[in-house]
Design a protein around this ligand. Structure first.
Ligand code: ADP
Length: 490
Protein backbone atom coordinates (compact mmCIF):
# COMPACT_ATOMS: atom_id res chain seq x y z
CA UNK A 1 0.00 0.00 0.00
CA UNK A 2 1.15 3.55 -0.65
CA UNK A 3 0.55 5.80 2.32
CA UNK A 4 0.94 9.56 2.45
CA UNK A 5 1.11 10.67 6.10
CA UNK A 6 0.43 14.39 6.55
CA UNK A 7 1.23 16.03 9.85
CA UNK A 8 2.21 19.40 11.28
CA UNK A 9 5.01 17.88 13.40
CA UNK A 10 7.10 14.72 13.53
CA UNK A 11 10.14 13.45 15.40
CA UNK A 12 13.02 13.80 14.50
CA UNK A 13 12.24 17.09 12.72
CA UNK A 14 9.99 19.14 14.98
CA UNK A 15 7.91 18.31 18.04
CA UNK A 16 5.73 20.06 20.59
CA UNK A 17 3.88 17.03 21.99
CA UNK A 18 2.50 13.56 21.44
CA UNK A 19 1.54 14.22 17.81
CA UNK A 20 5.26 14.59 17.03
CA UNK A 21 6.05 11.24 18.65
CA UNK A 22 3.25 9.42 16.85
CA UNK A 23 4.08 10.95 13.47
CA UNK A 24 7.71 9.94 13.87
CA UNK A 25 6.97 6.36 14.84
CA UNK A 26 3.82 5.06 13.14
CA UNK A 27 4.91 5.76 9.53
CA UNK A 28 8.28 4.15 10.22
CA UNK A 29 6.66 0.95 11.50
CA UNK A 30 4.25 0.87 8.56
CA UNK A 31 7.26 1.05 6.24
CA UNK A 32 8.96 -1.77 8.16
CA UNK A 33 5.84 -3.83 7.52
CA UNK A 34 6.44 -3.48 3.79
CA UNK A 35 4.34 -0.45 2.86
CA UNK A 36 5.61 2.55 0.97
CA UNK A 37 5.27 5.54 3.26
CA UNK A 38 5.80 9.23 2.65
CA UNK A 39 5.73 11.55 5.62
CA UNK A 40 5.02 15.18 4.80
CA UNK A 41 5.33 18.22 7.09
CA UNK A 42 6.37 21.87 6.93
CA UNK A 43 10.05 22.72 6.93
CA UNK A 44 10.30 24.70 10.15
CA UNK A 45 13.30 26.49 11.58
CA UNK A 46 13.54 23.64 14.12
CA UNK A 47 14.54 21.14 11.40
CA UNK A 48 18.21 20.38 11.95
CA UNK A 49 19.67 20.66 8.47
CA UNK A 50 23.08 19.42 9.51
CA UNK A 51 21.67 16.16 10.77
CA UNK A 52 19.77 15.19 7.61
CA UNK A 53 20.69 14.91 3.99
CA UNK A 54 17.99 17.11 2.53
CA UNK A 55 17.59 16.89 -1.23
CA UNK A 56 15.74 19.67 -2.97
CA UNK A 57 13.17 18.38 -5.44
CA UNK A 58 13.40 19.79 -8.93
CA UNK A 59 9.73 20.60 -9.09
CA UNK A 60 8.34 23.35 -6.91
CA UNK A 61 4.73 23.84 -5.86
CA UNK A 62 2.30 26.58 -6.83
CA UNK A 63 -0.43 26.71 -4.23
CA UNK A 64 -3.54 28.84 -4.66
CA UNK A 65 -4.54 30.85 -1.60
CA UNK A 66 -7.60 32.98 -2.45
CA UNK A 67 -6.60 34.95 -5.55
CA UNK A 68 -2.85 34.60 -5.13
CA UNK A 69 -0.43 31.80 -5.84
CA UNK A 70 2.09 31.00 -3.11
CA UNK A 71 5.17 29.06 -4.10
CA UNK A 72 6.94 26.36 -2.12
CA UNK A 73 9.99 24.18 -2.44
CA UNK A 74 9.97 20.55 -1.42
CA UNK A 75 12.91 18.78 0.21
CA UNK A 76 13.16 15.06 0.62
CA UNK A 77 15.00 12.90 3.14
CA UNK A 78 15.24 9.14 3.04
CA UNK A 79 14.74 7.98 6.62
CA UNK A 80 14.65 4.21 6.07
CA UNK A 81 13.88 1.78 3.28
CA UNK A 82 10.44 2.65 1.85
CA UNK A 83 10.19 5.54 4.32
CA UNK A 84 10.68 8.98 2.89
CA UNK A 85 10.01 12.40 4.39
CA UNK A 86 9.01 15.49 2.42
CA UNK A 87 9.49 18.93 3.92
CA UNK A 88 7.51 21.80 2.47
CA UNK A 89 9.54 24.96 2.50
CA UNK A 90 7.81 28.32 2.60
CA UNK A 91 9.87 30.56 4.81
CA UNK A 92 7.30 33.29 5.36
CA UNK A 93 5.04 30.74 7.02
CA UNK A 94 7.43 28.37 8.74
CA UNK A 95 10.74 30.08 9.54
CA UNK A 96 9.73 31.05 13.06
CA UNK A 97 10.93 30.26 16.55
CA UNK A 98 7.80 28.28 17.37
CA UNK A 99 5.51 25.97 15.43
CA UNK A 100 2.07 27.34 16.26
CA UNK A 101 2.38 30.47 18.34
CA UNK A 102 4.15 32.29 21.12
CA UNK A 103 3.46 32.52 24.82
CA UNK A 104 1.04 35.32 23.95
CA UNK A 105 -1.14 33.12 21.79
CA UNK A 106 -1.47 31.45 18.40
CA UNK A 107 0.06 33.02 15.31
CA UNK A 108 -2.52 35.25 13.70
CA UNK A 109 -1.99 33.72 10.28
CA UNK A 110 -2.41 30.10 11.39
CA UNK A 111 -5.42 29.67 9.10
CA UNK A 112 -3.35 30.71 6.10
CA UNK A 113 -0.31 28.68 7.20
CA UNK A 114 -2.27 25.46 7.42
CA UNK A 115 -4.60 26.04 4.49
CA UNK A 116 -1.37 26.43 2.57
CA UNK A 117 0.12 23.29 4.08
CA UNK A 118 -3.01 21.21 3.45
CA UNK A 119 -3.10 22.14 -0.21
CA UNK A 120 0.64 21.69 -0.50
CA UNK A 121 0.24 18.08 0.56
CA UNK A 122 -2.10 17.43 -2.36
CA UNK A 123 -0.07 19.50 -4.80
CA UNK A 124 3.08 17.65 -3.76
CA UNK A 125 1.34 14.30 -4.25
CA UNK A 126 0.48 15.39 -7.80
CA UNK A 127 3.80 17.01 -8.65
CA UNK A 128 5.82 14.06 -7.38
CA UNK A 129 3.37 11.47 -8.72
CA UNK A 130 3.01 9.75 -5.38
CA UNK A 131 -0.35 8.12 -6.24
CA UNK A 132 -1.22 7.30 -2.64
CA UNK A 133 -3.87 4.72 -1.73
CA UNK A 134 -4.22 6.31 1.69
CA UNK A 135 -3.84 9.91 2.77
CA UNK A 136 -3.57 9.87 6.54
CA UNK A 137 -4.21 13.32 8.06
CA UNK A 138 -3.66 14.36 11.65
CA UNK A 139 -5.39 17.00 13.75
CA UNK A 140 -6.86 20.33 12.68
CA UNK A 141 -3.77 21.49 10.83
CA UNK A 142 -4.49 18.92 8.10
CA UNK A 143 -8.27 18.86 8.54
CA UNK A 144 -8.96 20.51 5.20
CA UNK A 145 -7.21 17.78 3.21
CA UNK A 146 -10.20 15.38 3.35
CA UNK A 147 -12.42 18.34 2.38
CA UNK A 148 -10.29 19.13 -0.66
CA UNK A 149 -10.22 15.48 -1.67
CA UNK A 150 -14.02 15.39 -1.80
CA UNK A 151 -14.33 18.74 -3.58
CA UNK A 152 -11.61 20.50 -5.58
CA UNK A 153 -9.55 17.33 -6.13
CA UNK A 154 -12.39 14.85 -6.44
CA UNK A 155 -11.94 14.19 -10.12
CA UNK A 156 -8.19 14.58 -10.25
CA UNK A 157 -6.83 11.26 -11.49
CA UNK A 158 -4.39 9.66 -9.03
CA UNK A 159 -5.87 11.52 -6.03
CA UNK A 160 -9.63 11.15 -6.22
CA UNK A 161 -9.39 7.42 -5.53
CA UNK A 162 -7.28 7.80 -2.41
CA UNK A 163 -9.02 7.09 0.89
CA UNK A 164 -8.57 9.75 3.54
CA UNK A 165 -8.10 8.89 7.20
CA UNK A 166 -8.36 11.64 9.78
CA UNK A 167 -6.83 11.05 13.21
CA UNK A 168 -7.76 13.22 16.16
CA UNK A 169 -4.96 13.49 18.69
CA UNK A 170 -6.63 16.21 20.73
CA UNK A 171 -10.15 17.46 20.20
CA UNK A 172 -9.64 20.59 22.26
CA UNK A 173 -7.62 22.16 19.45
CA UNK A 174 -9.98 22.48 16.51
CA UNK A 175 -8.50 25.16 14.29
CA UNK A 176 -11.30 27.70 14.66
CA UNK A 177 -11.08 30.79 12.48
CA UNK A 178 -13.38 33.64 11.60
CA UNK A 179 -15.44 33.32 8.45
CA UNK A 180 -13.45 36.02 6.64
CA UNK A 181 -10.75 33.36 6.21
CA UNK A 182 -13.08 31.19 4.13
CA UNK A 183 -12.04 32.64 0.74
CA UNK A 184 -8.43 31.65 1.43
CA UNK A 185 -9.49 28.02 1.30
CA UNK A 186 -10.82 28.43 -2.26
CA UNK A 187 -13.74 26.28 -1.17
CA UNK A 188 -17.24 27.46 -1.98
CA UNK A 189 -19.49 29.18 0.56
CA UNK A 190 -21.92 26.27 0.16
CA UNK A 191 -19.58 24.39 2.53
CA UNK A 192 -20.01 27.03 5.21
CA UNK A 193 -22.93 25.20 6.83
CA UNK A 194 -23.39 23.38 10.15
CA UNK A 195 -23.30 20.09 8.20
CA UNK A 196 -19.82 20.90 6.87
CA UNK A 197 -17.27 23.52 7.98
CA UNK A 198 -19.30 26.03 9.96
CA UNK A 199 -19.22 25.98 13.76
CA UNK A 200 -21.09 28.76 15.57
CA UNK A 201 -20.26 31.27 12.88
CA UNK A 202 -16.64 30.24 12.49
CA UNK A 203 -14.72 27.88 10.21
CA UNK A 204 -13.68 24.70 11.98
CA UNK A 205 -10.86 22.77 10.30
CA UNK A 206 -11.11 19.75 12.60
CA UNK A 207 -14.80 19.50 11.89
CA UNK A 208 -13.98 19.54 8.18
CA UNK A 209 -11.65 16.58 8.62
CA UNK A 210 -14.21 14.71 10.70
CA UNK A 211 -17.10 15.23 8.30
CA UNK A 212 -15.25 14.64 5.05
CA UNK A 213 -12.68 11.93 5.80
CA UNK A 214 -13.49 8.39 4.73
CA UNK A 215 -12.63 7.20 8.23
CA UNK A 216 -11.94 8.97 11.52
CA UNK A 217 -9.72 7.60 14.23
CA UNK A 218 -8.68 8.75 17.63
CA UNK A 219 -5.91 7.61 19.90
CA UNK A 220 -7.58 5.36 22.47
CA UNK A 221 -10.78 3.36 22.72
CA UNK A 222 -11.96 5.19 25.79
CA UNK A 223 -11.43 8.62 24.18
CA UNK A 224 -13.33 7.43 21.11
CA UNK A 225 -16.29 6.73 23.37
CA UNK A 226 -15.84 9.93 25.35
CA UNK A 227 -15.85 12.27 22.35
CA UNK A 228 -19.33 11.03 21.46
CA UNK A 229 -20.62 12.49 24.74
CA UNK A 230 -21.55 16.08 25.49
CA UNK A 231 -19.04 16.24 28.34
CA UNK A 232 -15.99 15.48 26.19
CA UNK A 233 -17.23 16.21 22.67
CA UNK A 234 -16.21 19.91 22.68
CA UNK A 235 -19.37 20.75 20.76
CA UNK A 236 -18.79 18.10 18.11
CA UNK A 237 -20.21 15.04 19.88
CA UNK A 238 -23.19 14.95 17.50
CA UNK A 239 -20.85 14.86 14.50
CA UNK A 240 -18.93 11.95 16.04
CA UNK A 241 -22.13 10.07 16.77
CA UNK A 242 -23.15 10.59 13.13
CA UNK A 243 -19.86 9.08 12.06
CA UNK A 244 -19.69 6.20 14.50
CA UNK A 245 -19.77 3.59 11.71
CA UNK A 246 -16.43 4.95 10.49
CA UNK A 247 -14.97 5.89 13.87
CA UNK A 248 -12.12 3.89 15.43
CA UNK A 249 -10.08 4.13 18.63
CA UNK A 250 -6.49 2.93 18.27
CA UNK A 251 -4.11 3.29 21.16
CA UNK A 252 -0.78 4.93 20.43
CA UNK A 253 2.32 2.80 20.72
CA UNK A 254 5.78 3.59 22.00
CA UNK A 255 9.04 3.79 20.11
CA UNK A 256 11.20 1.71 22.45
CA UNK A 257 14.23 2.65 20.36
CA UNK A 258 13.84 6.06 21.95
CA UNK A 259 12.01 5.39 25.20
CA UNK A 260 13.62 2.49 27.04
CA UNK A 261 16.07 2.64 29.97
CA UNK A 262 18.06 -0.15 28.34
CA UNK A 263 19.14 2.00 25.36
CA UNK A 264 18.49 5.58 26.52
CA UNK A 265 21.53 7.78 25.77
CA UNK A 266 20.32 10.64 27.97
CA UNK A 267 20.26 8.91 31.34
CA UNK A 268 23.05 8.57 33.90
CA UNK A 269 23.14 4.79 33.88
CA UNK A 270 21.20 2.35 31.76
CA UNK A 271 19.18 -0.36 33.42
CA UNK A 272 16.61 -3.03 32.81
CA UNK A 273 14.29 -5.33 34.73
CA UNK A 274 17.09 -7.71 35.67
CA UNK A 275 19.25 -5.01 37.24
CA UNK A 276 17.69 -1.93 38.79
CA UNK A 277 20.94 -0.49 40.19
CA UNK A 278 21.04 2.00 37.33
CA UNK A 279 17.63 3.35 38.31
CA UNK A 280 18.96 4.29 41.74
CA UNK A 281 21.86 6.11 40.06
CA UNK A 282 19.41 7.93 37.81
CA UNK A 283 17.37 8.99 40.85
CA UNK A 284 20.41 10.47 42.58
CA UNK A 285 21.36 12.19 39.33
CA UNK A 286 17.88 13.69 39.01
CA UNK A 287 17.95 14.90 42.61
CA UNK A 288 21.30 16.57 41.94
CA UNK A 289 20.02 18.10 38.69
CA UNK A 290 17.18 19.80 40.59
CA UNK A 291 19.32 20.47 43.67
CA UNK A 292 17.05 18.41 45.91
CA UNK A 293 18.21 16.49 48.96
CA UNK A 294 19.95 13.38 47.56
CA UNK A 295 18.21 10.78 49.65
CA UNK A 296 17.57 7.37 48.22
CA UNK A 297 14.49 6.45 50.19
CA UNK A 298 12.53 9.69 49.81
CA UNK A 299 9.78 9.01 47.27
CA UNK A 300 10.33 11.13 44.18
CA UNK A 301 7.38 11.99 41.96
CA UNK A 302 8.02 13.32 38.45
CA UNK A 303 5.87 15.11 35.94
CA UNK A 304 6.49 16.23 32.35
CA UNK A 305 3.71 18.17 30.80
CA UNK A 306 2.34 20.96 28.76
CA UNK A 307 1.25 23.33 31.49
CA UNK A 308 -2.35 23.56 30.42
CA UNK A 309 -5.61 23.04 32.24
CA UNK A 310 -6.11 19.77 30.36
CA UNK A 311 -3.22 18.19 32.22
CA UNK A 312 -4.64 18.66 35.71
CA UNK A 313 -1.92 21.10 36.72
CA UNK A 314 -4.37 22.99 38.93
CA UNK A 315 -4.99 19.78 40.89
CA UNK A 316 -1.30 19.38 41.61
CA UNK A 317 -0.98 23.03 42.62
CA UNK A 318 -4.07 22.98 44.84
CA UNK A 319 -2.66 20.72 47.54
CA UNK A 320 1.09 21.21 47.23
CA UNK A 321 1.45 22.01 50.94
CA UNK A 322 -0.28 18.79 51.93
CA UNK A 323 1.81 16.85 49.41
CA UNK A 324 4.95 18.25 50.99
CA UNK A 325 3.78 17.17 54.43
CA UNK A 326 3.89 13.60 53.13
CA UNK A 327 7.67 13.98 52.94
CA UNK A 328 7.96 13.38 49.20
CA UNK A 329 9.92 15.14 46.48
CA UNK A 330 8.37 16.47 43.31
CA UNK A 331 9.99 17.52 40.02
CA UNK A 332 8.18 19.18 37.16
CA UNK A 333 9.31 19.87 33.61
CA UNK A 334 6.90 21.84 31.51
CA UNK A 335 5.94 24.89 29.63
CA UNK A 336 2.64 26.53 28.86
CA UNK A 337 0.42 28.98 30.67
CA UNK A 338 2.29 31.65 32.53
CA UNK A 339 0.15 31.45 35.68
CA UNK A 340 1.43 27.90 36.17
CA UNK A 341 5.04 28.96 35.51
CA UNK A 342 4.78 31.47 38.33
CA UNK A 343 2.86 29.20 40.67
CA UNK A 344 5.32 26.32 40.43
CA UNK A 345 8.41 28.49 40.53
CA UNK A 346 7.09 29.80 43.83
CA UNK A 347 6.70 26.24 45.13
CA UNK A 348 10.30 25.46 44.26
CA UNK A 349 11.45 28.56 46.15
CA UNK A 350 9.34 27.65 49.14
CA UNK A 351 10.47 24.00 49.23
CA UNK A 352 13.99 23.97 47.74
CA UNK A 353 14.83 20.52 49.16
CA UNK A 354 11.60 18.98 47.96
CA UNK A 355 10.39 20.67 44.78
CA UNK A 356 12.33 21.11 41.54
CA UNK A 357 10.84 22.99 38.60
CA UNK A 358 12.18 23.54 35.13
CA UNK A 359 10.13 25.71 32.82
CA UNK A 360 10.93 24.92 29.22
CA UNK A 361 11.02 22.15 26.63
CA UNK A 362 13.94 19.81 27.24
CA UNK A 363 13.94 16.34 25.72
CA UNK A 364 17.06 15.12 27.55
CA UNK A 365 15.64 16.16 30.91
CA UNK A 366 12.33 14.47 30.03
CA UNK A 367 14.25 11.19 29.67
CA UNK A 368 16.07 11.79 32.96
CA UNK A 369 12.81 12.33 34.80
CA UNK A 370 11.32 9.14 33.37
CA UNK A 371 14.36 7.21 34.61
CA UNK A 372 15.00 8.95 37.93
CA UNK A 373 11.53 9.34 39.42
CA UNK A 374 9.82 6.63 41.48
CA UNK A 375 6.36 7.68 40.35
CA UNK A 376 4.95 9.67 37.46
CA UNK A 377 2.03 12.00 38.04
CA UNK A 378 -0.54 12.62 35.29
CA UNK A 379 -3.88 13.72 36.75
CA UNK A 380 -5.34 14.95 33.45
CA UNK A 381 -8.82 16.39 33.21
CA UNK A 382 -9.05 14.58 29.87
CA UNK A 383 -6.38 12.69 27.94
CA UNK A 384 -6.83 11.37 24.38
CA UNK A 385 -4.04 8.82 24.84
CA UNK A 386 -1.13 10.16 26.84
CA UNK A 387 2.34 8.87 26.19
CA UNK A 388 4.27 9.70 29.31
CA UNK A 389 2.40 7.21 31.47
CA UNK A 390 3.28 4.48 28.96
CA UNK A 391 6.94 5.57 28.84
CA UNK A 392 6.91 5.55 32.65
CA UNK A 393 5.88 1.90 32.77
CA UNK A 394 8.95 0.96 30.75
CA UNK A 395 11.23 2.97 33.06
CA UNK A 396 9.84 1.32 36.20
CA UNK A 397 8.32 4.63 37.24
CA UNK A 398 4.88 3.90 38.59
CA UNK A 399 2.12 6.05 37.06
CA UNK A 400 -0.44 7.89 39.19
CA UNK A 401 -3.22 8.93 36.83
CA UNK A 402 -6.80 10.03 36.60
CA UNK A 403 -9.15 7.54 34.94
CA UNK A 404 -9.83 9.27 31.64
CA UNK A 405 -9.18 8.54 27.95
CA UNK A 406 -5.96 6.69 27.23
CA UNK A 407 -4.88 6.89 30.87
CA UNK A 408 -7.85 4.73 31.75
CA UNK A 409 -7.09 2.29 28.93
CA UNK A 410 -3.43 1.80 29.84
CA UNK A 411 -3.29 1.95 33.65
CA UNK A 412 -4.95 -0.54 35.97
CA UNK A 413 -5.31 0.45 39.60
CA UNK A 414 -3.16 -1.47 42.08
CA UNK A 415 -5.16 -2.27 45.21
CA UNK A 416 -5.01 -4.92 47.93
CA UNK A 417 -7.66 -6.79 45.93
CA UNK A 418 -6.07 -6.17 42.53
CA UNK A 419 -2.39 -6.97 42.84
CA UNK A 420 -2.24 -7.21 39.04
CA UNK A 421 -2.50 -3.43 38.68
CA UNK A 422 0.36 -1.44 37.12
CA UNK A 423 -0.20 1.97 38.73
CA UNK A 424 -2.59 4.09 40.75
CA UNK A 425 -5.75 5.58 39.38
CA UNK A 426 -8.53 7.83 40.65
CA UNK A 427 -11.82 9.04 39.21
CA UNK A 428 -13.01 12.29 40.76
CA UNK A 429 -11.32 15.39 39.45
CA UNK A 430 -10.57 16.77 42.91
CA UNK A 431 -7.44 17.65 44.90
CA UNK A 432 -8.51 15.43 47.78
CA UNK A 433 -8.90 12.40 45.50
CA UNK A 434 -5.45 13.03 44.05
CA UNK A 435 -3.95 13.35 47.52
CA UNK A 436 -5.59 10.13 48.71
CA UNK A 437 -4.21 8.31 45.69
CA UNK A 438 -0.71 9.63 46.33
CA UNK A 439 -1.02 8.43 49.92
CA UNK A 440 -2.06 4.99 48.68
CA UNK A 441 0.96 4.90 46.38
CA UNK A 442 3.31 5.92 49.20
CA UNK A 443 1.98 3.17 51.39
CA UNK A 444 2.87 0.56 48.78
CA UNK A 445 6.20 2.31 48.12
CA UNK A 446 7.25 1.66 51.71
CA UNK A 447 6.96 -2.07 51.13
CA UNK A 448 10.02 -2.57 48.94
CA UNK A 449 9.17 -6.10 47.83
CA UNK A 450 5.64 -5.27 46.70
CA UNK A 451 6.86 -2.05 45.08
CA UNK A 452 9.49 -3.86 43.06
CA UNK A 453 6.94 -6.38 41.83
CA UNK A 454 4.67 -3.52 40.81
CA UNK A 455 7.30 -1.65 38.85
CA UNK A 456 8.62 -4.81 37.22
CA UNK A 457 5.13 -5.58 35.97
CA UNK A 458 5.08 -2.19 34.29
CA UNK A 459 8.52 -2.73 32.79
CA UNK A 460 7.50 -6.02 31.21
CA UNK A 461 4.41 -4.62 29.46
CA UNK A 462 4.65 -4.24 25.70
CA UNK A 463 3.14 -1.16 24.09
CA UNK A 464 5.29 -1.27 20.96
CA UNK A 465 3.87 0.17 17.77
CA UNK A 466 3.46 -3.06 15.81
CA UNK A 467 0.08 -3.90 17.25
CA UNK A 468 -1.27 -0.37 16.74
CA UNK A 469 0.18 -0.22 13.24
CA UNK A 470 -1.65 -3.44 12.38
CA UNK A 471 -4.88 -1.87 13.65
CA UNK A 472 -4.31 1.16 11.40
CA UNK A 473 -3.65 -1.13 8.43
CA UNK A 474 -6.94 -2.86 9.07
CA UNK A 475 -8.70 0.53 9.06
CA UNK A 476 -6.92 1.48 5.83
CA UNK A 477 -8.00 -1.75 4.15
CA UNK A 478 -11.58 -1.60 5.35
CA UNK A 479 -11.88 2.02 4.34
CA UNK A 480 -10.48 1.40 0.87
CA UNK A 481 -12.88 -1.48 0.41
CA UNK A 482 -15.86 0.62 1.56
CA UNK A 483 -14.81 3.43 -0.75
CA UNK A 484 -14.50 1.15 -3.77
CA UNK A 485 -17.88 -0.25 -3.00
CA UNK A 486 -19.42 3.22 -2.78
CA UNK A 487 -17.70 4.43 -5.94
CA UNK A 488 -18.91 1.35 -7.76
CA UNK A 489 -22.49 2.23 -6.84
CA UNK A 490 -22.22 5.89 -7.86
P1 ADP B 1 0.40 15.99 24.68
O1 ADP B 1 0.62 15.58 23.27
O2 ADP B 1 -1.04 16.24 25.04
O3 ADP B 1 1.26 17.14 25.10
P2 ADP B 1 1.41 13.34 25.41
O4 ADP B 1 1.58 12.67 26.72
O5 ADP B 1 0.62 12.60 24.38
O6 ADP B 1 0.82 14.78 25.67
O7 ADP B 1 2.84 13.60 24.77
C1 ADP B 1 3.73 14.52 25.28
C2 ADP B 1 5.09 14.30 24.67
O8 ADP B 1 5.79 15.55 24.72
C3 ADP B 1 5.93 13.31 25.43
O9 ADP B 1 6.89 12.73 24.58
C4 ADP B 1 6.61 14.22 26.47
O10 ADP B 1 7.79 13.67 26.98
C5 ADP B 1 6.88 15.44 25.65
N1 ADP B 1 6.94 16.68 26.43
C6 ADP B 1 5.90 17.39 26.93
N2 ADP B 1 6.34 18.50 27.56
C7 ADP B 1 7.69 18.47 27.47
C8 ADP B 1 8.74 19.35 27.92
N3 ADP B 1 8.47 20.45 28.59
N4 ADP B 1 10.02 19.01 27.62
C9 ADP B 1 10.29 17.89 26.92
N5 ADP B 1 9.36 17.03 26.48
C10 ADP B 1 8.08 17.31 26.74
Amino acid sequence: MKILFATSEAVPFAKTGGLGDVSGALPRVLAQMGHEVTLILPKYRQVNEKRFKLIKKKVGLQVPIAQKIEEAEVYSVELAPRFNALLVRQDTYYQRDQLYGTINGDFEDNAERFIFFSRSVLEAALALELQPDIIHCNDWQTGLIPVYLKTLYRYVPSLGQAASIFTIHNLAYQGLFWHYDMPMTNLGWELFTPQALEFYGKINFLKGGTVFADAVTTVSRRYMEEIQTEEFGCGLDGIFRDRREDLYGILNGVDYGEWSPEVDPFIKQRYGPSDLKGKRECKADLQREFRLATKEDVPLIGSISRLAEQKGIDLIGADMEKMMELGLQFVLLGTGEEKYHLQFQKFSEKYPQQVGVKIGFDNALAHKIEAGADMFLMPSRYEPCGLNQIYSLKYGTVPIVRATGGLDDTIQDFTPTNLEGNGFKFGDYSPSCLLETIKRALQVYRNKITWEKLLLRGMSADFSWEQSARAYLKVYQETLAKKKNRNGKE
